[in-house]
Ligand binder design. Structure first.
Ligand SMILES: O=P(O)(O)OC[C@@H](O)[C@@H](O)c1c[nH]c2ccccc12
Length: 265
């Protein structure tokens, strides 16, 4: 299964990083950092209207290369100017061709909060996210034990980071709720076989209590998808490929919101 493979590779990557900079060192580095005031990622999602999280992603295992040319900083700035509420930035290098530097530079450059999109299997990566300037981390239920998830949520909280806890089915949502997640994302893409069903997040909407923020992730292509998610009282959407492939981010965002009738001019 691809997810297990990515998680295993990530463990190796983290072990190698620890040899260069130890866990103690990254912990110490976060201690000397300015304390965050509030949780900007969570705040960005907690508004009456639907929030948009736009993703900076060069490639993925299901789609291959999405952006041959990849002016990541410019893309992030365009998302910010287009009115995105937050940015998701892939840092996983092998399968998504992400880089820590992308996140670091983007977080410095934009006003909106940035989520570190990676496969967290070690607390090391949460401290690292903080150092890179992220406002939030992704925690994927399918690769974490419930106890681990609880511990990681606590570490993130202490660092002033929000956590988007990703679930794919009812069982994982229940785990996320028990572990104390404040933001739950339901992935419409099954990471076991890459099949996409935008109905997955609407079907599972009611398993998440209303005080927990609900994010619909993946496979969102057009205003009909957004309208259906709005109707189901989703708090936020996470959109990657559709935004990445669009030459005019502001226009695409208006199109998705139903404010613009044509995708292309
Ligand atoms: O490009 P899409 O289909 O709009 O999907 C974005 C995002 O949801 C997807 O990249 C994603 C969702 N969960 C993940 C976990 C790891 C890596 C990537 C992801």
């Amino acid at each position: 299964m691809i997810l297990d493979q990515i998680a295993a590779d990530t463990r190796l990557r983290v072990e190698a990083k620890k040899k260069e900079i130890s866990l103690e060192e990254v912990k110490r580095d976060t201690q000397s950092m300015e304390k965050n005031t509030g949780f900007p990622f969570e705040t960005a999602l907690r508004k009456p209207d639907l929030s948009f999280i736009c993703e900076v992603k060069k490639a993925s295992p299901s789609k291959g290369i999405i952006a041959e040319e990849f002016p990541y900083l410019q893309i992030a700035k365009e998302y910010d100017e287009a009115g995105a509420d937050a940015i998701s930035c892939l840092t996983e290098p092998k399968y998504f061709l992400g880089k820590d530097e992308y996140l670091k530079e983007i977080a410095k450059e934009v006003k909106i909060p940035v989520l570190r999109k990676d496969f967290v299997v070690d607390e090391y990566q949460i401290y690292e996210a903080k150092i890179l300037g992220a406002s939030a981390v992704l925690l994927i239920c399918a690769i974490l034990e419930e106890e681990q998830l609880k511990v990681y949520l606590q570490i993130a909280k202490e660092l002033g980071l929000s956590a988007l806890v990703e679930a794919h089915d009812e069982k994982e949502i229940k785990q996320a709720v028990r572990a104390g997640a404040k933001i739950i994302g339901v992935n419409n893409r099954n990471l076991k076989d890459f099949s996409v069903n935008v109905g997955n997040s609407t079907n599972l909407r009611n398993f998440v209590p209303p005080e927990i923020l609900f994010v619909a992730e993946s496979g969102i292509k057009g205003p009909e998808d957004i309208a259906a998610l709005r109707k189901n009282k989703v708090d936020a959407v996470l959109i990657g490929e559709t935004m990445m492939r669009s030459p005019d981010k502001a226009k695409m965002l208006r199109f998705l919101k139903g404010e613009e009738h044509h995708e292309e001019s």
